[in-house]
Ligand binder design. Sequence first.
Ligand SMILES: [Zn+2]
Ligand SMILES: [Zn+2]
Length: 877
Amino acid sequence: MSTETRLGKSYDPKPVEEKWARFWMEQRTFTPEAPSEKPKFSLVLPPPNVTGSLHMGHALCFTLPDIIARWKRMKGLNVLWLPGTDHASIAVHNVIEQSLREKGLSREKLGREEFLKVAWEWKRKYGGIITDQLKKLGASLDWTRERFTMDERYSWVVQYVFVSLYKDGLIYRDYYLVNRCPRCSTVLSDIEIEHRELKGKLYYIRYPLAEGDGGIVVATTRPETMLGDTAVAVHPDDLRYREFRGRTLVLPLVGRRIPVITDERVEKEFGTGAVKVTPAHDPVDFELGRQHRLDQVIVIDGSGRTTEAAGAEFNGLDRFEARIKVVDKLRQLGLLVKVEDYQHMVGHCSRCKTIIEPHLSWQWFVKMAPLAREAIRVVEEGQIEFIPANWAKSYFEWMHNIHDWCISRQLWWGHRIPAWYCQACNEIVVALQAPEVCPRCAGTELRQDEDVLDTWFSSALWPFATMGWPEETIDLKTFYPTDLMATAFDIIFFWVARMIMMGLKFTGRIPFRQVFINGLVRDFRRRKMSKSEGNVIDPLEMIEKYGTDALRFTMAALAIPGMDLSLSEERMAGYRAFVNKIWNASRFVLMNLEGGEGGIRKGELTLADRWILSRLSRITAELETALEQYKFYEAAEKIYHFVWHEFCDWYIELAKPDLKAGKATTKAVLALALDRILRLLHPFMPFITEEIWHHLPGNEGSLARAAFPVSEEADLDPHAEEEMRLLQDLVVEIRTIRAENRISPRQKVEVWLKTPGERERALIPEIRDSILTLANVSALKVEAVFPPDVQMLKGVAGAWEVGISLAEAVDLKSEQARLEKEIRKVTAEIEKLERRLEKNEFLMRAPREVIARAKSELLELRENKAKLEKSLDEIRR
Ligand SMILES: [Zn+2]
Ligand SMILES: [Zn+2]
């Protein structure tokens, strides 16, 4: 036998993973044909941030679609999985500004051009870290098509889309209240804001009437903004304020005369029912102000400091200093009525944790309603399908209540807005190229907008901009629309919805047919992983410890649709054991192949041979069904059980005597089964399977490109399965009775079988020898009724009864005590589970799979208890 067919004693993942990752790259295994006549399957990778480093979320989000991509490729589809990274404006800014601060510099001191040089330098140096880490996961991405959202070509497409939307009237500029981080000094999108509960105060302030006595008390959490108040509002039905309607108040500290207005949006129950209106510093007030045509007085600027408009006394203060000063002054004047403790939610910058400041400024917006209409339609019509389906509900909810999207950001790293302002006449020119003269006044001094676009603007174009659009490229023709988008739920709105809108608007087609939403990776107690909790599991560390295949298999096995994953290192260790099991079984097979080259001769197939071929065919079909429905956990569980508990535990054991006897057909079946198992496992565990597969004689090329097994109707053999099931049931039962009664496995026993009928009795001759060997039985007697004079330990295997003769001495007394104890334990467990299953809450909330599992667990426990009671009866007899 050639040494090539031998595997090393134990599996060492690292060199194997490096070898095949290099091989796939060099062979361009994952580069599809284009153009191609073959049916295609395409997907684009959600581009990770260039600043990113691999976490468990990535590991999940990249492993699951990789399983699908590899499976489809093996099924003969022309698969493209396109990778790339996102420029992540704000994240890059944070990294670079941090390093500038450490050197005593700032971006303002550096200037735009120098700053961008530093940013590109940083990108060249560190931007590849995340992609290198991705490669470690074995994701079957076509790296020859790698994209970056700030590539020259991609940037051009972004500008092109901006200009087109502007021309179509879907992009406009507006003076608007946006959320801003004073520290990062940029506008933040909703996803960049973290709402946290704060212990604040509610200040009650009296605003006197301009004429006559009295006044109105308003309540506010931000007294410093009163300097910018331009009205006080009450609810139209609020009788407490009927006589104040239309009257004028004097704003304390400022002296401005402001009206009392009525508006239905005022909450009568909040504070005193009267609220101050600050259009320049509060989103609700902003809307109110627009409708009631109120002035917008900016008293806090973009960096969080008070302005001249705040009045000489308060000008130039930090917003929190201003609060103290304003409150002090009001107290002195006797206008501060009272202060209460008040818990409320406050928006913070998700990057630097600074409290955000609503800020009035010129911004660019995309008009969303017309785009959303189409995007709603395609999901309603089922052109795009969400998996699990309930995510479509949240999608519709959001899309029906969509707001216009603020796309300008006061940053430098990103796609600069292609708009120029004429310095002479203020004309705005939006164009792909810098205009030389103003089209209105022919002035030549034009200045480009300083802002860049929200990062999500460019990533919304990802599925088609990466494929060469707007040109009708071969890639676009071959691979667009894509088939699958796999991502996390938290970016359905920020990304998935916008890709759908932009795809429809610019290509006239949906960008993808299915959206698979994966869960969150939590710790084993179902808590979120976070650095502060110290419960973060690092995927790179896990790869180092357990190997990539074990990590990938864990991800698949935990991925129940619609549920978060609860991850533990034990789970991963368990699947490493599985990896080792596969290695050892393969090693055994490879050592026993010689002589099987002639192939399978039908007439020589043993029961075990026929059974394993039949089971292989069935498991193949089941695996396909599970993968088609994205039930990764089910696919993983099935293949795991099949390989370990059927192929390794039974088939290899049953084949051993035949191998020893040199039966050529069994050798051929063994080789065939291993080959198919490797193919079935490959999408989950690409590295170890590729390695072993090459040791099987005759295999060339790459397993990643080999055909996925087909469920062969001809291999299905229900009779063999029935016989094997009986063999397994009987052997397991005999072993169980032995174990439960402390009979050593080495001690031969006499076994009685009570057959349920003549048809069943006919199954025994073919499996008799295997039972004798596998259960260490000295004599096997099959009867229609048990002889009444033989005392035995009894058990049940399906419709059969099994008895082990008690003639071999068993210590009956201690056995009785042990059984009684065991019964008490099982009874307690049953009761606990029953209580759980009786709870309505559990039944309503828990996913179907979990309930089903609990029910089958209960069934098993009850069976177990019945068995124990039977043994006890037997002993007492
Ligand atoms: Zn910030
Ligand atoms: Zn002009």
